[in-house]
Design a protein around this ligand. Structure first.
Ligand code: HOZ
Length: 427
């Protein structure tokens, strides 16, 4: 494939934008090469500036669960735009989407809209601290909850990909309040509670981790977190930025039947426009301003275009009773068939999958925490990534990220993908 225009665009962007990108994970720094500049996306496909097309397995890192530019969402956004882009006042639309979510997601009474997953997690932590009157939080190595200071400690996603899991700029004062444990390690969490009695405000967790590659909860991990939080008066926060409305309409809370005290959202909730949210029971959410004293605000929070895109996306998902069954089945087929091909080539690997999230780890047969994810052969993943990219298959550009399958990926796209993977050779 030719990437002439992408290369030229990257060179130009590099002069005006730090690293040429507006979010580090897009830079191809770990896989090498020049990031591809896209100019359009529709259904299962994206088209780049050189007119190459790709079957997309990132789907904007999750939001495009219906596939790109779904005609009904497009129509709804256009119609909304006729009525104004942003009011800076309440609008009926905000209650409509809040009501749909509260009535269909377990354990939440109220939801506050923000503009990104980062904002949602940052605000949820502040609320947990305000509610409990405690300062410390527990997070897990390799989990990523956005780029606010308290979370950039052994963080996953781009922070892990580029080897900066503890970012400069995070003060020692902030870092000391973030306690770390290994994902899936029940004993370590119990120890942290034992050594910090009455000090831990919340445990925040990706109930299915998606930022160290896809890593599933094991050993009753989520149930155990619930129990430890209850025993110690701490809140359990599920970061469902990736899993919310993706694993099920009620997210991981529904799938694993574990109650969170606060839940954060992003990605699917905005249908491709910038939306995040956090939600919980009345007794906790009532502490938020203007009702309560915990301050949180945003000019574009509840933005009407974004609310319309999110609401239409969620309604489309809701009205298709086979929606989750279908995308999960597509992902299962992909997992099973890729596994068969890699086995036939004697390439040792592990595929982790939950619902429509999956990752392929090379040269390792089990991945249940960050240390194991780091032991996978990432340079082989990079070869795999480029081999597929060259043939029009777009995977996330890092072995520490998750593939997000959309409803637009059908048999034809799977067949084309498998045909390419069959030609992959490990050398
Ligand atoms: N949080 C997303 C997946 N790790 C990537 C979005 C980004 O950092 O640009």
């Amino acid at each position: 494939m030719l990437y002439q225009r992408s290369s030229a665009l990257f060179d130009e962007a590099y002069q005006y934008i730090p690293g040429g990108v507006n979010s580090p994970v897009r830079a191809f720094k770990s896989v090498g090469g020049v990031p591809i500049f896209m100019k359009s996306a529709k259904g299962a496909y994206m088209t780049d500036a050189d007119d190459n097309t790709y079957i997309d397995y990132i789907n904007s890192w999750g939001p495009a669960i219906l596939g790109h530019t779904h005609p009904e969402v497009l129509e709804a956004i256009k119609k909304q735009a006729e009525n104004g882009f942003s009011y800076g006042t309440p609008s009926e639309l905000e209650t409509e989407i809040a009501k749909l979510i509260v009535e269909n997601v377990p354990n939440i009474d109220q939801i506050r809209m923000v503009s990104s997953g980062t904002e949602a997690c940052m605000s949820a932590i502040r609320l947990a601290r305000g509610f409990t009157g405690r300062d410390k939080i527990i997070k897990f190595e390799g989990c990523y909850h956005g780029h606010s200071d308290s979370f950039l400690i052994k963080a996953g996603s781009g922070a892990a990909t580029f080897g900066n899991p503890n970012s400069p700029g995070v003060t020692a004062g902030t870092a000391k309040d973030t306690l770390l444990a290994k994902y899936n390690d029940n004993e370590q969490v119990a120890d942290l509670f034992r050594h910090n009695p009455g000090e831990i405000a919340a445990v925040i967790v990706e109930p299915v981790a998606g930022n160290m590659g896809c890593v599933l909860p094991e050993n009753n991990f989520l149930q155990n977190l619930r129990k430890l939080c209850d025993e110690n008066g701490a809140l359990l926060i599920f970061d469902e930025v990736m899993t919310g409305f993706r694993l099920a309409f009620g997210g991981a809370q529904e799938v694993y039947n574990v109650k969170a005290d606060l839940v954060t959202y992003g990605k699917v909730i905005g249908g491709g426009l910038p939306v995040g949210a956090f939600a919980g029971r009345n007794e906790i959410m009532d502490h938020l301003a203007p009702k309560g004293a915990v301050y949180q605000a945003g000019t574009l929070s509840g933005n009407p275009l974004a609310m319309r895109a999110g609401l239409t996306t969620l309604e489309l998902i809701k009205k298709d009773e086979n929606f989750y069954q279908n995308i999960n089945k597509t992902t299962e087929t992909l997992d099973f068939e890729i596994g068969k091909i890699l086995n036939s080539k004697n390439i040792e690997h592990r595929i982790n999958r939950k619902g429509s999230m999956m990752s392929v780890f090379f040269h390792i047969n089990s991945v249940s925490n960050f240390d194991e994810a780091a032991k996978a052969n990432h340079s082989l993943f990079n070869n795999f990534f480029h081999f597929l990219l060259e043939k029009g298959i777009y995977l996330p550009p890092s072995g520490y990220e998750t593939w997000f399958i959309s409803d637009a990926i059908k048999e034809k796209e799977i067949d084309s993908t498998l045909e390419v993977i069959r030609k992959f050779e490990y050398s």
